[in-house]
Ligand binder design. Structure first.
Ligand code: CA
Length: 506
């Protein structure tokens, strides 16, 4: 009988992860001779040696927990058998940096994008309507429908019209220190490269968040206020917004894609619905593609604070400067305090789906999550909602929540997002294409019309990590150039925006 397919990532690991799609059965053996003492589901861990209670359980060469009881070799290490270690102590953490050597450049890489007046480059040509307060969201949605139906056919080079819907703007403590997060997020969302510098601002008139605060010094940006005396009834209001939209549609429609270097591309990465294969297949493939983008001079953002918190010592080592190392620790400390205020900690991150998929705790999830960032030096850290200011590998601090991370990365300036999933989620964004990568072939087969790339082939041995990494890189450039359409856009599956608001609501 052939050995059960299982993966050991690091020579120090005391566990293997079963990657056979049907799982492992009692009596079957692994390649090293370990005999399974019981059935082990796909993505779950098997002890490679006898572990006494309290012994470290090592995966990725890192301690993911301690044995909660004696675990014999060949046993399934279920979540209940893993005692979670404390998070790395930020105050006591050594600030020693060991940034990787500069990577070999990848010259001559290009894509076809929309160059913007501010120098950024979009991958879509979208008219955005930003709103200063949720009160006007219904009118914004109505206008979007009308523009799509009545006007877009006249502007064939405009891809879409979207309202930047959100729950902020009034009924909030607008001057509280943490209010700067949602406010700068909204301001920078309007500047996303896919909006061509033509975002229209729709306000009400009595809200706390003055629409002027979303203009960011752009004196030419129109603001339409619904309480304006000139609007005599609903239709007048709608026509007022449409009148402001028309010249924007004209200008956007005149734009064409042009050949741009990959150094102008900003790609965000995140994961959602993770399983134990995430850290073995899809996330390393994303890390491989991220390295290629950085080598080509481009920028990649990774995020999700609670999913990097337990691997922060590995990221601090990769910081390109002392300032970046301190900024990484600062963002972790801020989030620790934020969670503590809510009576939670980073262990609140893992979901029931993560656990049944084989992830015992947040430590194991984090170690598998940070590999999305590849191996490049980390050159900058953005606080939530801050806009990109450096090219290269960047940590943009956001919650791990899929929809909030997506919204915050859009504000930070991504033109496209790569999203890995093991359990499966139909996630998508209206403002930017989302390339979805499945961690396992079972999902990729079942959701063949919802997923863009199957990284599960790495586990089955059908393709190497490098092959899938290159494939993903080429897919990113095809999507960025408008040559390919991602599943979420083809099906029109788009999640709402969800701002990160750590501030008080009144
Ligand atoms: Ca996520």
């Amino acid at each position: 009988m052939s050995a059960v397919a299982a993966v050991v990532v690091h020579p120090a690991d005391t566990v293997a992860v079963v990657v056979a799609s049907v799982g492992g059965r009692a009596g079957q053996t692994l390649a090293d001779g370990t005999a399974l003492r019981e059935n082990v589901p796909l993505g779950h861990k098997v002890a490679l040696r006898d572990l006494a209670e309290g012994d470290p359980i090592v995966r990725y060469g890192e301690v993911i927990g301690r044995a909660a009881a004696a675990i014999p070799r060949g046993a399934w290490i279920s979540e209940a058998l893993v005692r979670m270690p404390p998070a790395p102590d930020l105050a006591a953490m050594p600030r020693t940096r060991r940034p990787p050597p500069p990577m070999e450049p990848l010259p001559g890489q290009t894509f076809e994008g929309f160059r913007n007046p501010d120098g950024s480059v979009g991958v879509k040509n979208v008219l955005a309507i930003s709103i200063s307060v949720q009160c006007v969201a219904g009118v914004a949605a109505h206008v979007v429908e009308r523009v799509k139906r009545e006007l877009l056919p006249r502007f064939p080079h405009v891809d879409d019209v979207v309202a930047l819907d959100h729950a902020y703007g009034c009924g909030v403590a607008i001057d509280a220190p943490d209010a700067q997060v949602p406010i700068r997020t909204l301001r920078n969302l309007a500047r996303n490269p896919n909006f061509g510098g033509e975002t229209l601002i729709l306000g009400l008139g009595c809200e706390k968040l003055l629409p002027e605060r979303l203009k960011d010094g752009d004196a030419t940006a129109d603001i339409v206020r619904l309480q304006d005396d000139a609007f005599d009834g609903f239709e007048a209001m709608v026509q007022g917004v449409i009148a402001a939209a028309l010249p924007r549609l004209e200008r956007l429609n005149a734009r064409r894609r042009e050949t741009c270097p990959v150094s102008d591309l900003v790609v965000g990465v995140q994961c959602g619905g993770s399983d134990a294969l995430s850290g073995l297949t899809a996330n390393p493939a994303v890390g491989f593609a991220a390295d290629l983008i950085v080598r080509a001079g481009g920028s990649v953002m990774f995020s999700e604070v609670t999913e990097v918190r337990d691997a922060i010592h590995l990221l601090v080592e990769r910081a390109a400067s002392d300032e970046v190392a301190e900024a990484l620790i600062r963002e972790m400390a801020w989030y620790d305090a934020y969670l503590a205020r809510g009576g939670a900690d980073r262990s609140a991150n893992t979901t029931p789906g993560n656990k049944s998929g084989g992830l015992a705790n947040i430590v194991e999830k984090a170690l598998g999550s940070v590999v999305k960032s590849g191996s490049a030096p980390i050159v900058d850290v953005l606080a939530p909602g801050e806009r990109i200011r450096t090219k290269g590998m960047i940590f943009a601090a956001t919650p791990a929540s899929d929809f909030i991370c997506g919204t915050q990365q859009l504000a930070s300036g991504i033109a496209l997002q790569v999203f890995t999933t093991g359990r499966g989620t139909p996630y998508g964004l209206a403002a930017a294409p989302v390339v979805k990568v499945a961690t396992n072939s079972t999902l990729a087969t079942r959701w063949r019309d919802l997923v863009d790339l199957d990284a599960g082939r790495i586990a089955t041995g059908e393709a190497s990590l490098a092959e899938v990494g290159w494939e993903l890189y080429r897919l990113i450039l095809d999507v960025a150039s408008g040559r390919k359409t991602v599943a979420a856009d083809r099906l029109g599956l788009h999640n709402g925006l969800a701002l990160f608001n750590p501030g008080p609501v009144t």
